[in-house]
Write a protein that binds this ligand. Sequence first.
Ligand code: ATP
Length: 305
Amino acid sequence: MSRVPVIEVESLHKRYRGHTAVEDVSFCVEEGEIFGIIGPNGAGKTTTVECIEGLRRPDGGSVRVLGLDPTRDGAELRQRVGAQLQESELPENLRVLEALDLYASFYRKPANPARLIEDLGLSKKRNTPFGKLSGGQKQRLSIALALIGSPEVAVLDELTTGLDPRARCETWGLVEKVRASGVTVLLVTHFMDEAERLCDRVAVIDAGKVVATDTPASLTARTSAGQRIRFRPSASLDDRLLTDLPEVSGVSHHRDEILVTGTGDLLGAITSVLTRYDIAAHDLRVERPTMDDAFLALTGRKLDD
Ligand code: ATP
């Protein structure tokens, strides 16, 4: 299958007065992908996205969206790229359907507002003023507004900040539906679980630079954190029985629990030793490395530091 580039960012630089916010950022988003830009607060994610949306002019490098230059071809791109509003700046009294009708009037080929409202589960709220919507409903409306122009690309920035776990999960389902309808999605987030769940590929940005671009699975597989297995042994166990195993890279004790880290068939190796010594493993848990581990391995820092 040929890969069609939809967003191409090459050596992007952006400074604010003396401060370099984005320093040499490059990545390419292909048609039909959910592509994540992840990184901590202040990493340069929003600045990068604003250059893509044509809201900021880069100081260096190049940006192409659907083959166009966002700085020069902004009017054309606004018709073809849907951007989610930050913290929704809609008037409190504007009703859901009114907001969508208003935004639909800005586009050449708008989606059907009533249909979009139904698709996004807002039918019962069509006549509710914006100020009376819950956080999750406001978020749905902001996604609907990003889609009202029937865009080819949707840019969703900090999609689930402030939402409860159920609303987050529902919003993730919506993003998957948006992609299934053929829209390429650029998702900005500092939530690793969100990136892991939704993104085909991510660019990890730290201090204005891309430190890795890959699938979430490959990024986590690349970490030396490996697998972690925790259990409470039914009898005392000499650590050397575990550390002698080629699969094991570390053993530590946390009260009566043992934590073993390693790679390969770690579980098989541990259970065969335990069986040999007739020791049972209580509360055994296998933990895979997460995107948080991947971020730590790539940057030497925890995401929330
Ligand atoms: P967050 O997740 O907090 O939104 P971010 O990764 O989106 O962060 P940016 O908002 O792009 O990061 O900011 C990158 C850096 O540039 C930060 O150090 C920020 O303080 C600085 N910055 C952003 N906008 C401006 C501005 N208009 N003027 C000066 N500095 C700015």
